[in-house]
Design a protein around this ligand. Structure first.
Ligand code: NAP
Length: 485
């Protein structure tokens, strides 16, 4: 199999916050990889913008360091590095003031290229940027803005942000990033469901006992403690990334694979989510160990109640899923860094092998990390003499094995998403109404936690989370899947 790279049209991409952590770790290396793959046109220009004074040579040096540090293939692609850097330049500018905007005007003047503006700055500056792009005549009807997370911290702030952006841009111009949607396996979820006849007839509460979605991290908050403590696992992971995984798993087949058909179906899932009962949600904080600081020490607050873990039971009130719970969990300092969606099918209605054969279930696992791939657990006869003993074995398709060298070329989520922005494809970006609906579902949970005396429960580093989270699923006669590296 040969991967086909279709070059995108020439573009001007302005990265506001072009000297920040995200630009350094993700955006610049992603652009470089697309350049190496031949997807970025030689006419394309990338313009970093931030307040720090720097000339073009300084920005190229910054980008060179970032690419060498964060791109695993930078060494083998060394020949591409200087030509790529030639396409980079820098403008010193204040998003919240008038300094530097004339220079950006000059830089973009007369260009016929596709124009995209990446808002890689703190969310408090999104409105300023939208307004100034308009005031300085930099936006045009075909330009796009890319908006980073977090998109609000509750329904009211998300609505306010949508309103401010809508004053200057149409919905078709706004690309709200959730980088999970750019992951190969996440898109594969749609391929598995809608390009095979095998699964869809079984994809409902008649055959599916329950679904588990786990996004587990083994690291703690580290140096991001200050940022993280203002958000927590619910806002940082559940409301966006896990919600998106839930939507793609649960949605009805869209009529077409196009942005609004897909996003309409996702929105219906979020709107069908039932309110979460207080007993169906657990929030936790990791404790200190002999060697490692606990959550409160790491964020430097002895009485913070922000959660580093959340587990909950979600129920979707529609014909397809009534009676099939979705157990969702995410947290830091857990046993391993592992993310998966597991579709646990019901027991066969009757066992012809008798009760001695034990309990066997088909489980379809979609692994996001590590070892992106798909595994189907099937029950077979244990080989050898001794009667009919049953055993569960995996039909495993690890992408790197099944697809060979092509799997090594799988683009990082940011690579794909930035190219989609240039192509004008919004399928893998969140629409404003989707984001608002997601906040409308999570807000009551977070508000309940803000009540006086409400405290997270503690859990041990390297565990599967708090005991209460185990009880949450045990109560229903089920158990969490093991978090395995
Ligand atoms: P950061 O490291 O703090 O960088 C912020 C960038 O914005 C810097 O380039 C900064 O440069 C620039 N900036 C700040 N104030 C400005 C102003 N008034 N005018 C123009 N530029 C200004 O932040 P980050 O981690 O890159 O995050 C950027 C955005 O991405 C945030 O919305 C964040 O939530 C989101 N995000 C980040 C990550 C990540 O892994 N880092 C992941 C997901 C989402 P100057 O100070 O020189 O102006």
């Amino acid at each position: 199999m040969v991967s086909r790279v279709i070059p995108v049209q020439p573009f001007d991409l302005v990265i506001f916050g072009g000297t920040g952590d995200l630009a350094r770790r993700k955006i610049l290396p992603a652009l470089f990889r697309r350049f190496c793959a031949g997807q970025m046109d030689a006419q394309a220009r990338v313009i970093g913008a931030a307040r720090a004074e720097m000339d073009d040579a300084g920005y190229r040096a910054f980008a060179r360091d970032a690419i060498i540090e964060f791109d695993v293939d930078a060494a083998s692609d060394a020949a591409h590095l200087e030509p790529f850097l030639e396409q980079l330049s820098y403008v010193a500018l204040d998003a919240a003031g008038e300094t530097g905007w004339d220079a950006l005007q000059d830089r973009l003047a007369g260009s016929e290229r596709i124009r995209a503006f990446y808002f890689s700055v703190g969310p408090s500056l999104f409105g300023d940027l939208a307004m100034r792009l308009h005031t300085y005549g930099l936006s045009n009807p075909d330009c796009r803005i890319v908006v980073e997370k977090p998109f609000g911290r509750d329904l009211d702030s998300a609505r306010a942000l949508n309103k401010v952006l809508a004053e200057h841009f149409t919905e078709a111009q706004i690309y709200r990033i959730d980088h999970y949607l750019g992951k190969e396996t996440v898109q594969n979820l749609m391929a598995i469901r809608f390009a095979n006849t095998l699964f869809e007839p079984l994809w409902n509460s008649q055959y599916v006992d329950h679904i588990q979605i786990t996004v587990a991290e083994s690291g703690g908050v580290g140096t991001r403690g200050g940022y993280y403590d203002k958000s927590g696992a619910m806002r940082d992971m559940m409301q966006n990334h896990i919600m998106q995984l839930l939507c793609l798993t649960a949605m009805e087949p869209p009529a077409k694979y196009d942005p609004d058909s897909v996003r309409d179906e996702k929105l219906k899932v979020i709107r069908a989510l039932e309110p979460v009962e207080p007993r169906d949600v657990v929030r936790g904080q990791y404790e200190a160990t002999d060697r490692l600081a606990g959550y409160r020490n790491e964020v430097g607050s002895r009485d913070t109640t922000t959660e580093s873990f959340v587990a909950l039971k979600a129920r979707i009130g529609n014909w397809r899923w009534a009676g099939t719970p979705f157990y969702l969990r995410t947290g830091k300092r857990l046993r391993a860094r592992a993310s998966e969606i597991a579709v646990v099918f019901k027991d066969a209605p009757h066992s012809i092998f008798g009760s001695d054969a034990g309990r066997h279930r088909n489980i379809l696992t979609i692994r996001l990390q590590p070892n992106e791939g798909i595994e189907m657990g099937v029950t077979i006869k244990e080989p050898g003499p001794g009667g009919m003993r049953l055993v569960d074995v995996p039909l495993d398709m690890t992408f790197s094995e099944a697809l060979g060298p092509q799997a090594a070329d799988i683009p990082d989520a940011y690579e794909r998403l930035i190219m989609d922005v240039i192509r004008g494809d919004q399928t893998l970006f969140m629409r404003g109404d989707e984001v608002e609906a997601a906040w409308a579902w999570t807000d009551p949970i977070i508000e309940a936690w803000e009540a006086p005396g409400s405290e997270p429960v503690l859990y041990a580093t390297g565990s599967s989370g708090p005991d209460d989270a185990l009880a949450l699923i045990h109560r229903d006669g089920r158990r969490w899947r093991e978090i395995k590296p």
